[in-house]
Design a protein around this ligand. Structure first.
Ligand code: ADP
Ligand code: MG
Length: 621
């Protein structure tokens, strides 16, 4: 029989290098990984056999068997699951096919110590076999196919694939040639200990075949069917690792049984660490659907809304038909009912965590806030529950604030919830547009997630208070009573002089601005730009331009600070003869300055430099 020699994908080689040389602690988890794969393979076969019963007819009892050959120093993990054909082997045991891998790999630093930590979070799956083995053989046959295959590798860059004499009708046998130092994995009691520690929740029997007798090492009942009081935190955690293909801790574990018109059991987890594929454009969740203990499929559209896609776990329905295709599930009214039960329950439990408001919730929000906010415009029905979860950075506090607490802090005469949008909190805090708000003690929410642009527009109000951008006209400060703490305000420029200055600026700047006017918005800066009340917010426009979805520049309103020394002196000059020439340059310079503060380009850098140099020359005297 011919044998092909193939190279691992470069990423796998790098991974194997790290696995073999530096993952010393907790080597025993290799067994958990291989058992987890065997269990997944059995689940997939069981599902396939629902529509093609011949696949499992001759060997219907699914299970996993461990066996050892002490003389040959091998440990075998055998399953009668779905198996793999040649192409499956190349794709699954030659590359890292999991989503988010690209990002994961780009995070590897080359520094073994740091990388081990990262791998711990990500999991190495099958490749962890090379922690204890210097050679791995895989004998496998895909259910329903005629050929068996033999995959073999020493984990050093290459593997071979060839046809194998068929030893079983279907399924996979993974044979580990254990390293000198890893003889402990030949001992039954050690294997039993590891199985009970990590794999007790696996719903299939995991047997040990030693000589004459066969022993079952685990309890072999689906974890979610046991009552909560029987399950330890450790067992929940191990199950989470298995079901979520994750290696962090669950931040929140939700386990409940819905009884009544529709019955299902649900065991869901919120991962402590943000999954790598959270912002994948597909926005699909990873919760597994079971029907009466039989695995159906993962990520059924319509089982969970996209804004809860960070959840992991299982939902096991008592009512759905078993032989139902993935496509049919999406439109099944029963699935819709389960979804509505899940959403209600998950949002209520998250709401409780939000009320507790501890550091843990802050972490949750930092991880998933941007995703939860998608629900504000997608899920009208649950908007109120979602608003209870939403937190913001604001000018009022270093921590996160809720909208209800914002309402409590509103000033007399304040009618709107003010916000500003930008790329980062630090920069937003320094924006000229919020100076007047800060001085009056009026709180401004600092929004930095791209999704904010969408929900704010869709939602409009919270408890009858409008959301208003401080970088747009119509955010009126004059009606709001100033806070007691405000420093005495500097006197303003003379009204008449200011209007002369404004007229002169308008004349000079022409089409470059939409309007020029005095403003209450500023305290320290002489000028700022804002969008007209009904125009697009400046931050959104910038974002769209960056993504090439917009190629116009809307002209903005230039606001002047009538209390600023420079503006007062310019106003005083404005009425005098010959003022227009010098003031014209000032008008352009101030407009460019306002643009720079916004993080925008000056329209004409050459003219800007010329004017600036001329002004500096005068300044030197
Ligand atoms: P993961 O389990 O997270 O997908 P692994 O590295 O553990 O990643 O496994 C890679 C892939 O190899 C699996 O997704 C599966 O397709 C295949 N595989 C591994 N072990 C088996 C097995 N015992 N039977 C069938 N397929 C398997
Ligand atoms: Mg796996």
């Amino acid at each position: 029989m011919t044998e092909e020699r193939l190279s691992f994908q470069a990423e796998v080689s790098r991974l194997l290098d790290i696995v073999a040389h530096s993952l010393y602690s907790e080597k025993e988890v290799f067994l958990r990984e291989l058992i987890s794969n065997a269990s997944d393979a059995c689940d997939r076969l069981r599902y396939a056999a629902l529509t093609a019963p011949e696949l499992s007819a001759d060997d219907p009892v699914l299970g996993i068997t461990l066996s050892v050959d002490s003389a040959a120093r091998t440990l075998s993990i055998l399953d009668n699951g779905i198996g793999m054909n040649r192409d499956d082997l190349v794709a699954n045991l030659g590359t890292i096919a999991r989503s988010g891998t690209g990002e994961f790999m780009s995070k590897l630093s080359g520094d073994a110590k740091k990388d081990v930590g990262l791998i711990g979070q990500f999991g190495v799956g099958f490749y962890s076999a090379f922690m204890v083995a210097d050679k791995v053989d895989v004998f496998t046959r895909r259910a329903g196919e005629a050929h068996s295959w033999h995959w073999s590798s020493d984990g050093r860059g290459e593997f071979t694939i060839g046809e194998a004499a068929s030893e079983a009708k279907r399924g996979t046998r993974v044979v580990l040639h254990l390293r000198e130092a890893d003889g402990e994995y030949l001992e039954e009691h050690r294997l039993g200990e590891i199985v009970r520690k990590y794999s007790d929740h696996i719903a299939l029997p995991i047997k040990f075949e030693g000589g004459e007798e066969v022993k079952t090492l685990n309890r072999a009942s689906a974890l979610w069917t046991r009552s909560k009081s029987e399950i330890t935190e450790e067992q929940y955690k191990e199950f989470y690792h298995h079901v979520g293909h994750s290696f962090d801790e669950p931040w929140l574990t939700l386990h409940w049984r819905a009884e009544g018109k529709i019955e299902y059991t649900s065991l869901l987890f919120v991962p402590a660490k943000k999954p790598f594929d959270l912002f994948d454009p597909k926005r699909s969740h990873r919760v597994k659907l079971y029907v009466r203990r039989v695995f159906i499929t993962e990520g059924v559209e319509g089982l969970l809304p996209p804004y809860l896609r960070f959840m992991r776990g299982v939902v096991d329905s008592e009512d759905l038909p078993l032989n139902v295709s993935r496509e049919m599930l999406q439109h099944n009214p029963m699935v819709a009912k389960i979804k509505s039960g899940l959403v209600r329950r998950v949002l209520a439990d998250l709401g409780k965590k939000a009320d507790e408001g501890d550091a843990g919730y802050t972490e949750f929000w930092e991880n998933y806030g941007a995703v939860i906010k998608e629900g504000l415009y997608e899920d009208f029905e649950h908007r109120d529950s979602l608003f209870k979860l939403v937190r913001f950075r604001s000018t009022a506090s270093d921590g996160l604030v809720s909208l209800d607490s914002y309402l409590e802090r509103m000033k007399e005469g304040q009618e709107a919830i003010f916000f500003i949008q930008g790329d980062d909190h630090e920069a937003l805090l320094k924006s000229p547009q919020i100076e007047g708000f800060k001085a009056r003690g009026v709180e401004v929410l600092l929004l930095t997630d791209p999704v904010d642009e969408f929900w704010i527009g869709a939602v409009g109000t919270y408890k009858d208070k409008k959301f208003k951008s401080v970088t747009r006209g119509g955010a009126d400060l004059s009606k709001i009573k100033a806070a007691d703490t405000v420093e005495p305000e500097a006197p303003k420029a003379d009204e008449g002089e200011l209007s002369t200055l404004v007229a002169l600026f308008k004349l000079t700047l022409g089409e470059a601005v939409k309007d020029v006017r005095g403003s209450e918005r500023l305290t320290d800066s002489p000028v700022c730009l804002i969008a007209d009340e009904n125009d697009m917010d400046m931050h959104l426009e910038r974002m769209l331009r960056q993504h090439k979805q917009l190629n116009v520049n809307h002209s903005r309103i230039l606001e002047l600070n009538p209390r600023h020394g420079l503006i007062k002196r310019l106003a005083a000059r404005a009425g005098q003869p010959g003022a227009s020439d010098t003031l014209a340059d000032m008008a352009w310079l101030l407009l460019d300055q306002a643009r720079i503060v916004e993080g925008e380009h000056v329209a004409d850098p050459v003219a800007f430099s010329r004017r600036f140099a001329a002004l500096m020359e005068k300044g030197v005297g």
